[in-house]
Design a protein around this ligand. Structure first.
Ligand code: ADE
Length: 333
């Protein structure tokens, strides 16, 4: 809806058109407003579909959750949190995140209408080329740094950063998704007060935590040592994941590898990893500074002076931080 220029009179038909546009924008959508084309991905509590808006022909990724499943697994609060965190991100637009356009529900399901990332996950690109060269790693690592800087400024911890959650848009820029594990740092800090924090109670489903039975949640590869030892997650868990990502982009494989999850966890808590021959020495220094066991000593965390020192690391030298999302990304070869 556009405001008429001052002094200009709005004709009745123009008014009617504008009111229709405004009503359509405000109206709650239903599944019938979309054609569901195919499954893009499946999570433990949801399925993401590629869908087309029948009115505009625009494509969206729609995350669908079964209400019964959410209720049975007591996920009501975490779904609500996921929605609120995505809405918060929408209040301060940033190019590096999947946008939440609207939500709706029917008798049995919840629907999140989000940006469709045309080029999908970054993971198959790593597999296709074996590993990224230094220039590509610098660019994509740099975009992830900017995304985390923005999130952390808003007090949001992603807690499940991994190549499956880093999507690529039609211009091959990143779009970070999946806020199903994300938390506000302020809530985290509150949960550290009192005995509740000791066993991670009230936070049973953080990635890497498994206080109830032995149900590991999330991906083993990028879990930080503090999550495995039941310490409250701070923003620095995302910096650990960034260290794992930069390692994986350059080496082709994540840093902590073992035949099963338990052995991976053992390696993580013992900081048992090594670099392949020929690993870029400047990147090696950066990875060392991110894969710090003590979260408060990781490059990029508040205690270490925040994002300034991380962005000033020699590995990122020459990167045009201000214009990263507008430049043409280096080809992945
Ligand atoms: N897979 C999961 N979410 C997606 C999205 N938003 N776009 C493309 N593929 C996806």
């Amino acid at each position: 809806v556009t405001a008429p220029a001052s002094g200009e009179q709005l004709s009745e038909s123009a008014l009617s058109e504008q009111l229709k546009t405004a009503a359509a924008a405000a109206a709650k959508r239903t599944p019938n407003d979309f054609i569901f084309e195919r499954v893009l991905g499946e999570g433990s509590f949801s399925t993401v579909y590629l869908a087309r808006d029948i009115h505009t022909s625009k494509q969206y990724a729609i995350k669908v959750c079964e209400k019964l499943h959410i209720k049975r697994e007591k996920k009501e609060m975490s779904i609500k949190r996921e929605k609120e965190i995505m809405q918060l991100i929408g209040l301060y637009p940033n190019p590096f995140f999947v946008k939440l356009f609207c939500t709706f529900h029917d008798h049995s399901r919840l629907y999140f209408v989000m940006t469709y990332a045309k080029n999908g996950e970054i993971l198959p690109y790593i597999h296709k080329v074996g590993c990224f060269d230094a220039e590509c790693t610098k660019f994509y690592g740099g975009e992830v740094v900017l995304a985390l800087e923005y999130l952390h400024k808003l007090g949001i911890i992603h807690r499940d950063l991994k190549p499956e959650n880093i999507l690529l848009d039609e211009r091959m820029h990143i779009l970070i998704t999946d806020f199903g594990s994300a938390k506000m740092e302020a809530d985290q800090e509150r949960s550290t007060e009192g005995a509740a924090a000791v066993a991670g109670a009230g936070d049973e489903e953080a990635p890497g935590m498994r206080p109830r039975k032995n149900s590991f949640v999330g991906t083993a590869d990028y879990v930080s040592p503090e999550l495995l030892t039941n310490k409250p997650a701070k923003k620095s868990v995302d910096l650990w994941a960034l260290g794992c990502l930069i390692y994986q982009l350059l080496a082709g494989l994540p840093p902590f590898r073992a035949p099963n999850e338990y052995l991976i966890f053992q390696r993580i808590v013992k900081l048992e990893y090594s670099f392949p021959d020929g690993f870029n020495p400047t990147a090696k220094d950066l990875v060392h500074k991110l894969l710090e066991k003590d979260g408060s000593k990781r490059l990029g965390c508040d205690e270490m002076g925040g994002y300034g020192p991380l962005k000033a690391h020699p590995f990122f030298e020459g990167l045009d931080w201000e214009n990263l999302h507008t430049v043409k990304p280096p080809p992945i070869t």
